[in-house]
Design a protein. Structure first.
Lengths: 343, 240, 354
């Protein structure tokens, strides 16, 4: 046995605040809910707003998760990520419009099948597009942030315009599948069915991602790669392949987010991706670039904040999220869950 | 000696505009511990990084087991059977010790027999198995880093300053680990500043200065010649 | 004399020199050379955009920072003039107060954003500016009581700058000697001064430190320059000048609205002009803005013709539709970042040196 000085952190000596610190981000979500509860007069409206806030947060998380991982893994910042959201929405909605006989029927099974088809189609399309985007747009500018921002922004413009070429310049209105219309009443609050579905999908995606990242070897490679890619390669893993995989998965998730967001808004435009990117950027910044957990918590905060404030004072809803970002960056300049980089 | 496991032939490596390696020649014989010595900043770490492919040699050739690996990507080089322990240890701080080791077992699940053997070499590893690697002490991190390289049987181990800043007791553990690897038949290229350790472990020695190899020979020869040490490394390391 | 005026930055390429002199000449005598309303309008637009794009180049080309809030600063100046003229009544004092207030506010806002994001990471800046600029654009359209919302604000400028004002009898070289002419020269003169000022800034010691930071921020920091301070200062300067350009644009149009100043499209236009003209050269802004504004005004018509010519084919007419002008610009933009990162000016200077 070596005589190495054993470094056992002694819990007893940590103050209450220190023990709380790692959980602070989660507590922040709870705190915001409480704050909303106090500020909003009727409990039923609070419940409605909380559910829509969570639904919105989940959708933003789904869109943002790929972006944050791609950055963490290869230090690539993709300003064109919103393009996948738009394309996902357009492909998904096209499928739904084709399957109108299924979405219009009052059978939940048929509705969900149509929705699944739309989601799979959208994710396949955006995944494929992500693969091409990585190859053509991103790969030549590795390691060069300035060019990455410019080129991916250019890619976004081109994709948005191509959507207009293919689908026309008009916005497309879409109604939700029959069984997902309307709301259920719970404790006097009207909870839209669709938002509950969005929350459920968000939880499933988050749980799935956590499982992959924590319990599979690929996940370990991704997490280790975020920290020290060079060492992962020195162990013998082809990080570039993993990265391309993550890029594709992230693009597909953005596509899924696009479908969900389109059905949530019930209207889609070519610019919707770029518009959602505003919230997505706020989320990845306050979460800590590269952190999936931070992204999740950040998304919930943003979703709740947006809904509470929109109810209380509609005009400052978007500004309130900027305020949230400022406050969080003052507290933790690298975001709530900062990612430690080896270099 | 018969064909070396690793051979560097006139390797030049630039980092940005700096010419760090200026024609390094090096042979690592099979089954031996080869020391790479020299003052700070003469290119020892760059030599190891050029071998594993983190930095690219722009001139010269690196032959591993007879194969030219100069232009191979890092993962391919590693998979030919090279274990690498970098100077900064390259620990994945967010991952547990266990996860670090699972990752290090590139070819599949961890070989349990080998793991048990590693636990005898580094008992601390078993104690902290479920802990996040970032919370370990410096010495424990260094053990993890070396254990990570050792979890798979490899032909060659590149180890960069394993004793830097460590307490004497841990240095003893490190030295034992290197010896264990050697008895298993592996070849080792070791960068070391601590001359006492180098003397105890090394079979052959190579001394670098200013991006070149200025002396190569038997460790025993260097160890007994204080004047030569003075001349090569510019300081009397013996006195430490 | 000339060298001093240009702060020692000679074009260093014969072609470039000829083109620059040509542009200067055309803009200086635009009302006489191209007397139509539309062409003088185009010339004024070119003047304003040269300053706007050059101020962006100060940030992108010299500071190495990508901002998406430049239209916000541009808009601050424009709205400043419009609001001041609305509330203080028409007059030069209102124009000056509005422009200075807009520039001051822009610098202050830039300071806040810069301190927040640049302290941590330069890429935060790009994301945060995008978020803030979009939020401000939304806010401006929502606060319609103050800003006129989507419709924007029309306002009165001093009579001396209006077409009814005659400062001399009859015509000069066939052009009516009225306030409109004065207004053009107000815009042209101010833009020229602002541009020369920016040339001076980038060739001052401050500008050289910025360049050193862009090349290698670690080294600049190691030598002892506080990288963050320099970057934030560049951001503030650039924002203030963009606001002044916005003020001039508002004066020229006698109108301000989200579409003319705040929209994402204009932000993208600015990016295109800088990259195509040549980042980090200043003169690139002149070439980029001129080419782009001309193309925007005259090339779109050409695309319509081309689209009409292939109308029988599938998809192709859609691609060539004048509304799809951004599509081709996007492609051009990506290609120029890859293959001509130094833009037209960089290219011209290169061919000369080899």
């Amino acid at each position: 046995m070596s005589a190495a000085p054993d470094h056992t952190p002694t819990m007893a000596r940590m103050s209450f605040g220190e023990r709380l610190a790692p959980h602070a981000p989660v507590l922040l979500v709870v705190g915001l809910m409480l704050l909303g509860f106090i500020a909003i007069p009727a409990t039923s409206s609070w419940l409605t707003l909380t559910v829509s806030g969570l639904a919105m947060g989940m959708m933003i998380f789904i869109m943002a998760s790929g972006l944050t991982l791609v950055f963490g893994l290869m230090d690539v910042i993709n300003f064109g990520h919103g393009a996948f959201v738009s394309v996902g929405a357009f492909v998904g909605v096209s499928f739904l419009l084709m399957l109108e006989h299924m979405t219009g029927a009052s059978s939940l099974m048929l509705n969900l099948t149509a929705l699944m088809v739309a989601i799979i189609g959208a994710m396949a399309a955006t995944g494929l597009m992500g693969w091409a985007f990585e190859k053509v747009i991103v790969k030549p500018v590795y390691g060069h942030h300035l060019k990455q921002i410019l080129v991916t922004m250019g890619g976004l413009i081109v994709v948005e315009q191509l959507i207009i070429v293919l689908w026309g310049p008009e916005e497309i209105y879409i109604t939700r599948p029959e069984a997902l219309k309307g709301a259920i009443t719970f404790a006097g609050a009207a909870l839209e069915k669709y938002r509950l579905v969005a929350v459920a999908v968000g939880i499933v995606v988050f749980a799935g991602m956590r499982f992959v990242l924590r319990r599979t070897k690929i996940g370990l490679i991704v997490r280790a790669g975020v920290e020290n890619g060079e060492m992962v390669e020195a162990l013998g893993y082809r990080l570039r392949l993993v990265f391309v995989g993550v890029f594709i998965a992230g693009s597909a998730l953005a596509g899924l987010g696009g479908v969900l967001w389109g059905l949530y808004q019930e209207v889609i435009t070519a610019h919707m991706g770029n518009q959602t990117m505003i919230l997505v950027f706020i989320v990845v910044i306050i979460g800590g670039l590269g952190s999936v957990e931070g992204c999740f918590i950040g998304a919930l905060l943003v979703g709740l904040m947006q809904n509470y404030v929109a109810f209380l004072e509609p005009k400052v809803a978007l500004i309130s999220n900027i305020g949230l970002m400022v406050a969080i960056l003052m507290w933790r300049p690298m975001g709530m869950i900062p990612v430690v980089k080896a270099k | 000696m018969s064909d070396p496991i690793l051979k560097l032939d006139g390797v030049y490596t630039n980092i940005a505009q700096y010419h760090i390696l200026q024609g390094v020649n090096l042979e690592v014989p099979r089954g031996q511990v080869t020391m790479l010595l020299g003052r700070n900043g003469v290119g020892k770490t760059t030599t190891l990084r050029s071998i594993i492919g983190h930095w690219r040699a722009h001139n010269g050739a690196i032959l591993f087991d007879g194969q030219d690996i100069t232009k191979l990507p890092t993962p391919a080089i590693a998979r030919l059977g090279i274990g690498f322990v970098p100077e900064d240890m390259g620990i994945f701080a967010d991952l547990t010790v266990e996860e670090n080791m699972i990752l290090a077992a590139v070819s599949g699940p961890i070989n349990q027999a080998r793991l048990q053997w590693l636990f005898t070499v580094f008992p601390a590893l078993e104690t902290f198995w479920k802990k996040e690697a970032g919370t370990l002490s410096g010495g424990q991190k260094q053990m993890l880093s070396i254990a990570r390289a050792m979890i798979e049987e490899r032909l060659l181990y590149l180890i960069d300053e394993p004793t830097k800043g460590l307490a004497p007791a841990i240095i003893t553990t490190m030295a034992r680990a290197v010896k264990e690897l050697k008895t298993q038949g592996a070849s080792i290229l070791l960068v070391e500043q601590n001359f006492a350790v180098a003397k105890a472990l090394g079979d052959t020695a190579n001394v670098m200065d200013d991006g070149r190899m200025i002396w190569s020979g038997q460790m025993s020869e260097l160890a007994t010649d204080a004047a030569l040490q003075e001349q090569l490394m510019g300081l009397s390391v013996e006195s430490e | 004399m000339l060298t001093k005026l240009l702060s020692g930055d000679m074009p260093r390429s014969k072609v470039l020199a000829v083109v620059l002199i040509g542009i200067l000449f055309c803009l200086a005598f635009a009302p006489f050379l191209f007397p139509g309303v539309r062409s003088v309008d185009t010339a004024a637009r070119i003047c304003v955009f040269i300053v706007l794009v050059a101020s962006y180049d100060l940030l992108l080309g010299f500071g190495g920072i990508v901002s998406f809030a430049h239209t916000m600063f541009f808009g601050l100046g424009a709205y400043g003039v419009a609001l001041a003229s609305t509330h203080m009544g028409r007059g030069f004092d209102a124009l000056i107060v509005g422009a200075l207030a807009g520039a001051g506010l822009a610098a202050l806002l830039a300071l806040a954003i810069g301190l927040f994001s640049l302290r941590v990471r330069a890429i935060f800046f790009a994301m945060i500016t995008l978020a803030v600029a979009s939020a401000v654009a939304v806010l401006v359209s929502q606060l319609s009581g103050l800003t006129g919302g989507e419709d924007g604000l029309s306002f009165k400028i001093p009579r001396a700058l209006g077409p009814a004002f005659k400062f001399a009898d009859g015509e000069i070289l066939g052009v009516k000697a009225n306030g409109k002419l004065l207004k053009y020269y107000l815009v042209f003169g101010s833009c020229l001064v602002l541009f020369l000022l920016m040339l001076r800034i980038v060739h001052s010691p401050f500008g050289r430190v910025l360049l050193a930071i862009r090349e290698n921020d670690f080294r600049a920091e190691a030598i002892g320059y506080r990288v963050v301070h320099y970057r934030v200062a560049a951001t503030c300067l650039s924002a203030a000048i963009a606001a002044l350009a916005g003020a001039l644009y508002a004066i020229w149009l006698r109108y301000v609205g989200p579409d003319t100043t705040l929209s994402m499209e204009i932000m993208i236009d600015i990016l295109l002009m800088v990259v195509i003209g040549g980042m980090g050269t200043m003169y690139g802004a002149v070439i980029g803005a001129t080419l782009f504004v001309l193309a925007q005004n005259y090339l779109q018509g050409l695309m319509d013709v081309a689209g009409g010519a292939v109308s029988a084919l599938p998809i192709l007419p859609e691609l060539l539709n004048a509304d799809r002008w951004l599509l081709w610009l996007g492609v051009l933009f990506i290609l120029s970042v890859y293959f001509f990162p130094t833009g037209i000016v960089g290219r011209l200077r290169q061919t000369k040196s080899t």
